[in-house]
Design a protein around this ligand. Structure first.
Ligand code: NAD
Ligand code: MN
Length: 487
């Protein structure tokens, strides 16, 4: 266990919880191939996927080659005419069956998601998997009503969609991309991230179980080269990507050269603005949920906290107090709030940012009730910094870890100016007792999603997406359908 320089709050020792591990057994094969044309292929050249809490290899998954990608795209192409010609109500039935089967296998999917990615079971069980099922239900409802979604226009499918997703919400990002694509009559080739392929492979089993026609969804596992091969495949009619801004920019170039549509959901440096008239404890809860749950591996994480100057000390005091009850540790334990960092690489990135913040002169505060577990696994104690200046790296760059920058403001105008002073624009939070202030501030925030007196709440019916370097296009809601139709 490393002890951070600066103020580190000692763990509470008076009493502790007994371990409460989730015990649903989940079988994981030694190795996996791809899911192409309705069947699993034999494993080829593989790479390991680890459990980041134990550093043990869970399975070896195939690194997709150009030839694998080509076969998957061909399968999606072959499946397209029949799938897109199916009446919407029939497509809807498949989506509905998928949603039901996800519910039936929910606990297994949650355990697998937690083992492969490191997020607490509380999150995968109560947040990720229910919203995944909800997304398929929601889009099942749209499949036969598309003509009402686009008044006066006749929607038709875009075609074969290449989808590339990240490791922070592996199953949820897959659902966000697959469900609207299928509802609109498209076929899909999707690639999960290197570190979290297992839940999507399990979803492919569900596609097989519900009899989804062959080739409608194909899953190709692999690394960035596999992703590159997919994005550059001439057989694609559309690209959808969620991940880092750097890769998103590369893919935008590929799509522009080929003149095909692309949607990008990239990083963020989202602000939470707490006014002195806001309900402080409620705000603290939202801030904690926004940056510490899921280890800060959230693209719309509220990583910058702007506090009105008059309540700064009180907010810091109560934030520290709340954080002292956060439990860091075994992601499969039902009492765990903060699980394992997804990979060694990501932990290294976060630690580099912590070092930079120290050297730039901000004050580090690391607090939890447990400290970080010793031994194996990748861990980072929930941390915030005070004394952060606008020019500090921590105020400008996405850390993608449980690290919060606390800053102050005096007037609503200053709060707005500073909150908008970022190349990103994914989400924002506003905490105030005054309805008029909510409207005046929320409408001037340059962010795709603005939460008022709450944070990180999701609904399949509400569109999600960014401004500026956070990307473009929306996922969810009637707006999210637009990316998957031609009018
Ligand atoms: P990444 O963007 O490199 O990876 C995301 C996905 O893209 C993965 O499936 C990966 O295999 C694939 N990929 C990588 N390079 C590619 C390429 N050249 N062509 C096609 N596909 C490619 O993200 P990362 O390296 O895992 O994480 C780096 C940073 O990205 C993180 O620190 C974080 O800031 C950010 N990130 C953001 C999100 C988000 O939801 N917005 C998610 C994950 C990571
Ligand atoms: Mn893994």
């Amino acid at each position: 266990m490393t002890t951070a320089p600066g103020t580190t709050t000692p763990a509470a020792t008076a009493w502790d919880y007994a371990p409460a591990p989730e015990r649903v057994p989940v079988t994981i094969a030694d190795s996996y191939g791809h899911f192409i044309d309705g069947a699993f292929t034999p494993a080829g050249k593989t790479m390991p996927t680890l459990n980041p809490a134990t550093e043990e290899t869970l399975s070896d998954v195939t690194v997709g080659s150009e030839a694998d990608v080509d076969r998957a795209v061909q399968a999606a192409r072959k499946a397209l005419p029949a799938w897109s010609a199916l009446p919407g109500a029939e497509r809807g039935k498949y989506l509905y069956r998928i949603a039901r089967r996800i519910q039936e296998r929910a606990r297994e999917l949650a355990v697998l998601e937690t083992m492969d990615g490191g997020k607490p079971i509380k999150e995968s069980r109560d947040v990720d998997v229910p919203i995944v099922a909800h997304h398929f239900f929601y889009h099942a409802g749209w499949a036969d009503k598309l003509k009402y979604a686009f008044a006066g226009a006749t929607p038709s499918p875009v075609g074969v969609c290449g989808q590339i997703i990240p490791w922070n919400f592996p199953l949820l990002m897959a659902a966000w991309k697959i469900a609207p694509a299928l509802a609109c009559g498209n076929t899909v080739v999707i690639k999960p991230a290197e570190t979290t392929p297992l839940s999507l492979l399990r979803l492919a089993e569900i596609f097989e179980e519900v009899g989804l026609p062959k080739g409608v969804v194909n899953v190709i596992t692999g690394d960035r080269d596999t992703g590159g091969a997919l994005a550059q495949h001439p057989g694609l009619d559309k690209i959808a990507f969620t991940g880092s801004t750097a890769v998103g920019k590369k893919l935008a170039k590929v799509a522009a050269e080929r003149n095909i549509p692309i949607t990008l959901e990239l990083g963020g440096k989202s602000p939470n603005i707490v006014f002195e008239d806001g309900a402080i404890d409620q705000a603290i809860e939202g801030v904690v949920r926004g940056i510490y749950f899921n280890q800060g591996h959230v693209c719309c994480a509220g990583s910058r906290l702007f506090v009105q100057e008059s309540i700064h000390d009180e907010v810091v005091r109560r934030l520290t107090h709340r954080m002292k009850s956060l439990r860091v540790g075994d992601p499969l334990d039902k009492n765990t709030d903060v699980g394992a960092i997804n990979s060694r690489e990501q932990l290294d990135r976060i630690e580099a940012y912590l070092g930079t913040a120290d050297s730039e002169g901000a004050q580090r505060h690391a607090c939890s009730s447990t400290g970080t577990p010793g031994g194996k696994g990748y861990w980072c104690e929930p941390t915030f910094f005070t004394g952060v200046q606008e020019a500090h790296t921590l105020a400008r760059e996405e850390v993608f870890g449980p690290v919060l920058a606390v800053m102050t403001f005096r007037t609503p105008e200053e709060a707005l100016m500073r909150a908008n002073n970022t190349p990103y624009g994914l989400s924002a939070g506003v905490w105030t007792d005054k309805g008029a202030k909510i409207f005046s501030v929320a409408t001037k925030l340059k962010a795709g999603v603005v939460w008022c007196n709450t944070f990180n709440n999701f609904d399949p019916a509400a569109p999600f997406g960014g401004y500026r370097e956070s990307g473009f296009g929306r996922e969810g809601g009637v707006q999210g359908l637009r990316a998957y139709v031609k009018l």
